[in-house]
Write a protein that binds this ligand. Sequence first.
Ligand SMILES: [Zn+2]
Length: 236
Amino acid sequence: MNYQDDIPLARRIKSIKTITTKSFLRVGLLFLGLGISVTFLANKSFLSQRKSLDDSINSIETRQNKSLLGHLPYKEASKKDLILFSPGIYVHKDIYEKFKEMQFMAAQRGVSLQLLSGYRSINLQRDIFYENKSIRNQTAVERSRDSAPPGYSEHSTGYAIDVGDGNYPDTHFEVEFEQTPAYKWMKRFASKYHFVLSFPPNNKQGVTYEPWHWRFEGTVNALREFDAANKIIKFK
Ligand SMILES: [Zn+2]
């Protein structure tokens, strides 16, 4: 027996109507839900495709956004990539021969290129940054114009070097280095050996001019390290 038999006809019709209306609403909602899901999924897959396409750009942008007081974050070189150049000074193995060659060629003209520093661990950079800050009685912001905060130094890659003139030691790490034959030689010939001045006067990173600080861009890996820095130079 149909359970609705107990209910008067008028009410039965009303209840059927209600059911039908509800069903339509349900089906409608179901389709709407499906529509939203399909749109969402399509969008998501489009976004993920775009994401993979833009991955390199994103990583560069992320690094630029993570810059600290003008300095970009750099990872520490792995120990196996480092080689001892002179007592206490390690450099990336890819720049060892290049610098030796440069030194030799400069010496042919009576110019003494001296390697003052190369690879620095993040710990050493930490000591330099905080020690100098207290010695010079500077705030972190003031100090950051001259020295990179730990984790933000090109030196930690092993591809950055500080160069001095062996005949003019008083100019080591001073702007006056730019008056020396060593600097003049570097300015003219260093690019042949893929060394570039990282912080020229009024550089867009806002770091103090450092005529002694050069970075190597002569391998794909080295170039990749400095991609973000080069993008700032190009687009800022
Ligand atoms: Zn330096």
